[in-house]
Design a protein around this ligand. Structure first.
Ligand code: KIV
Length: 263
């Protein structure tokens, strides 16, 4: 199996081919995800909620992210590996560069950072030093306290600023964008406004890639599940079969369907 790179994702976007992304936190799942041919693995700071049992991602540390990135890297050979910069990873430009470097040394091929257009200078510095970046926009869980909850973003007049922020971040050097919890029309507008691939979660069917949290997809999430989640274990008789069903549903454009989208 040929390894997936950022160039693969760009070629797929140009050709209109969708790609699958899933969160992963350890070597055993990394191997199963590799076997299911899922294209990108995200070591998400969602591990603070699904592994550590916190009610937000804020307690996750850089050491946690490095530990889990090493474990995922050890189990995988094909998927592109993306690791989250946790809450307050960029109190200064120097700290941002050092924290991102730690994730790359642990095995990430690129880092993901949450924010908005203000991320642009940091993204430019990272990419200048050979660290590709995915900018996470829309619902940014690390700012849940400021947002007042895990709510849909970009509704009505708030849609256009998201499109503009996406363009600024691409111009600053972002290789990928991730859009969380926005109306499908905003997902479409952002995807069409930039050349880099856009990954969606609760952002409708038009984004180039789709991501789900592993535990959501397997139906073992502690607590309430979001509207955009589909439990693929309901139609599968094993974990490998559920992972494979997710991958094919994304590739064929069958997931997400309307019931998983916001208007
Ligand atoms: O941390 C994470 O798992 C994420 C996904 C929700 C996209 O950022």
């Amino acid at each position: 199996m040929k390894a997936v790179t950022l160039n693969t994702l760009k070629d797929w976007k140009a050709a209109g081919e969708k790609f699958s992304v899933i969160t992963c936190y350890d070597a055993a799942f990394s191997q199963r995800i590799n076997e299911a041919e899922i294209d990108v693995m995200l070591i998400g700071d969602s591990l603070g909620m699904v592994l550590q049992g916190h009610d937000s991602t804020l307690p996750v540390t850089l050491d946690d992210m490095v530990y889990h990135t090493r474990a995922v890297k050890a189990g995988n050979s094909r998927s592109l590996i993306m690791a989250d910069l946790p809450f307050m990873s960029d109190p200064s430009q120097e700290a941002l560069l050092n924290n991102a470097a730690a994730l790359m040394r642990a095995g990430a091929h690129l880092v993901k950072i949450e924010g908005d257009a203000w991320l642009a200078p940091g993204i430019t510095e990272l990419t200048r030093r050979g660290i590709p970046v995915c900018a996470h926009l829309g619902l940014t869980p690390q700012t849940v306290n400021q947002l007042g909850g895990y709510k849909v973003q970009g509704r009505g007049e708030a849609g256009q600023p998201l499109v503009e922020a996406a363009q600024k971040l691409e111009a600053a050097g972002a290789s990928l964008l991730l859009l969380e919890c926005v109306p499908s029309e905003v997902g479409k507008a952002v995807t069409e406004a930039v050349n880099c691939p856009v990954i969606g979660i609760g952002a409708g069917p038009h984004t180039d890639g789709q991501v789900l949290v592993l535990h959501d997809l397997l139906g073992i999430t502690p607590g309430k599940v979001a509207k955009f989640v589909k439990n693929f274990m309901q139609e599968a008789d094993s974990i490998p079969a559920a992972l494979s069903a997710y991958h094919h549903a994304v590739k064929n454009g069958h997931f997400p369907s309307e019931e998983h989208c916001f208007k």
